[in-house]
Design a protein around this ligand. Structure first.
Ligand code: AMP
Length: 420
């Protein structure tokens, strides 16, 4: 039997299998990040993978709409897989109107995007993120940004940066400069760092900017400023906005993360739903953003009809793990019990139950492997202690325990093994 063709043995393009050695490092991230969100008073949410296509597309922006996994179900409904968790959260809050505000929710779950697969880009990936809904306060901005910092730190990032910008600020800047093609210009600025400066300039000119304006704009976005200077910078364009940033800075200070933050006018972000602060996180030398977020004060109103300010962030978990070189392997079993006889099998199963009750992970050999084969299996799949129970051992009321790491063997009385 030839079995499956080679290409069918691999997951569908852009998808990844997580065998135990890949799954456990991810699970560890889930535990770390969830614990952090919980410690900030956030509670976890989960929603269906499948959403009404209309809900997904309503405020996704042109680029994302093209990336939606779209299909009709058997009843002909137009549906799609969620591409982030912000949209489903906004939908949930559009009918759970009684949920006390501000809402603090977090998630660690899969999302899907029909993106071009490449390094750091998958079609199915995990996002960890939070949504803080129902507050306009600059303190809410500070809390979410600080929480993103703490998440990167919890994951093990030492050198990282959060680059921040403001959609309103950008509008004011372009307005002041007399630049009309706002959307197109923002899309071009989003390419900064990904294409050469000369090409950016050419694109800006094509968008209708005169030489001088294109140069001035590129100069403005060229160097990120320390976050501490953001208030002064924005107040040159809009006093209220400057005031807002003074408040954000004041609220960020006690979190001790201000030094990790920069004002970077090249941060534009693709998703159409952002209305104010936008930010992206970068780790070490890793080129792609590991996370992003911002304020979306109109999205929930679009679903519920009720004006509800909100903001949040999402971290791409696989990307963060790649950037931090987090790999690993499956955790070892505590015990692999090898019974040599039918009588020993009974003892093995009983012993396994008792050990499991103590919280140990225990596998009992199924009787098809020789002792040598079972030892090899245990070594390959990671086992701490290999327990042998034979006729002789039963007569003596003992088991033989082999420490798989130290390669030592001891006899332990059955009555004492639970204390072993
Ligand atoms: P976004 O809101 O689009 O910036 O997505 C938030 C985060 O999700 C990004 O910063 C990435 O870390 C991650 N992400 C986005 N698209 C992908 C993808 N195709 N594959 C893996 N991670 C992704």
């Amino acid at each position: 039997m030839p079995g499956l063709e080679d290409f069918l043995r691999k997951p569908v393009r852009g998808m990844r299998d997580l065998a135990p050695d890949d799954f456990y490092p991810l699970k560890r991230m889930e535990e770390l990040l969830s614990a952090l969100a919980e410690s900030f008073g956030y509670r976890r949410i989960e929603t269906p993978a499948v959403e009404h296509f209309e809900v997904l597309s309503r405020k996704a922006g042109r680029e994302i709409v093209n990336e939606i996994y779209y299909f009709r179900d058997k009843a002909g409904r137009e549906v799609g897989l969620r591409f982030d968790m912000t949209v489903p959260v906004a939908r949930v809050l559009s009918y759970k109107l009684e949920e006390p505000k501000p809402v603090r929710w977090y998630y660690f779950t899969k999302v899907w995007r029909y993106d071009e697969p490449q390094h750091g880009r998958y079609r199915e990936f995990y996002q960890f993120g939070v949504e803080l809904v129902g507050s306009e306060s600059p303190r809410a901005d500070a809390e979410v940004i600080a929480l993103m910092s703490k998440a990167l730190e919890a994951a093990g990032a030492r050198s990282y940066e959060i680059r921040l910008n403001d959609r309103v600020g950008m509008d004011k800047i372009l307005e002041t400069m007399g630049i009309a093609a706002r959307e197109e210009v923002l899309r071009i600025l989003d390419k900064k760092g990904k294409v050469p400066e000369e090409e950016l300039k050419a694109l800006l000119k094509k968008a209708g900017l005169e030489d001088e304006k294109a140069e001035k704009l590129l100069e403005l976005v060229s160097e990120p400023l320390p976050m501490g200077e953001s208030a002064e910078f924005f107040s040159k364009y809009d006093e209220r906005l400057g005031g807002k940033y003074a408040e954000i800075i004041k609220a960020l200070e006690p979190y001790d993360v201000l030094d990790k933050m920069k004002l970077d006018l090249a941060i534009v972000r693709g998703l159409d739903y952002y209305t104010g602060t936008v930010f992206e996180a970068f780790v070490g030398e890793y080129k792609l953003a590991v996370g992003g977020g911002g304020r979306y004060d109109n999205l929930i109103e679009l679903f519920s009809g009720i004006k509800t300010p909100a903001l949040g962030f999402a971290i791409g978990v696989e990307r963060l793990m790649e950037a931090l070189n987090i790999g690993g392997s499956r955790p070892p079993l505590d015990y692999y019990i090898y019974p040599m006889t039918d009588e020993a099998y009974k003892v093995a199963v009983k012993l396994a139950s008792m050990l499991r009750e103590k919280g140990a992970s225990v596998a009992v050999d199924l009787g098809e492997l020789s002792l040598k084969e079972a030892l090899e299996h245990a070594a390959k799949t990671a086992v701490k202690f290999f327990v042998i129970i034979g006729k002789k051992e039963i007569e003596k009321g003992v088991v033989k325990i082999r420490d798989m790491y130290r390669r030592t063997e001891t006899e332990v009385e059955l009555s004492r093994i639970l204390r072993y």
